[in-house]
Design a protein around this ligand. Sequence first.
Ligand code: URA
Length: 279
Amino acid sequence: MSWAASPKEQLRARLLELAEQGLDGWPAEGPSRPGRKRSRAVEAPAAEAEPAGRLARPAPSKPAAPKAPAAPAASPARRPLGQEDDSVWAEFGLQELGSYLRDCTRCKLAQGRKQVVYGVGDPKARLMFVGEGPGRDEDLQGEPFVGKAGQLLTAMIEKGMGLQRSDVYIANVVKCRPPNNRDPETDEVEACERFLKRQVALVEPEVIVCLGRFAVQCLLRTKTPISRLRGKWQQYEGTPLMPTFHPAYLLRNPGGKRPAWEDLQAVMAKLGLERPGRG
Ligand code: URA
């Protein structure tokens, strides 16, 4: 500038310069200007100003990335079953897990079942029985092995082994009734077997009796026929497992009762139990 400009003229000239550079207006149009949002950079310190306490997190080393659009209330426990990750229930106790599974929709068996049939018996039983999956009676009553085959199993436990049904724990590989009592399908077993595994881990039985071809082949990951497996000790997740015939098979093939009884006697010997009436 070649003339001696007044401070007012100098200011005007500076504003014109700024206007040419596209920077006009900013001092007058501060954050409170209607229609303009504060930038994230302005909002961020408010979040950082959260007082240290229960929700305090370590300060991020880099400036926080812009947040994703607000997600719906993010409690993993409230996500629909089938979408949650296993850590949601991994610490549940036996009863808690049963309540949690009541509304399970992890597999297609949920569509036809009346109830989830979780398990029954002593939560600290020394002996656990594992079957295939609920039938019609179990689906109606919500308890494993209560139909005709179940009555035979109860007799085997009570009359044969001299125990009470309530002394043992009884569960199935799948917890919902397959339609028309068909075998559970691979995806159904895959969705459900983790819960049986957790039941076994929680009950910590000394011995598992596995009932019938389907459950035995499933737990042992084998295709070997039950006729070759029964009576021979196996292991499931580190627990001794005795394969034997399913009581439904025994109802149709009474000739299998004698070998099944031998299997149960081997189980009793392992548990140090006396045969009833032998003092
Ligand atoms: N058969 C099974 O395998 N489980 C039951 O609970 C009933 C019948």
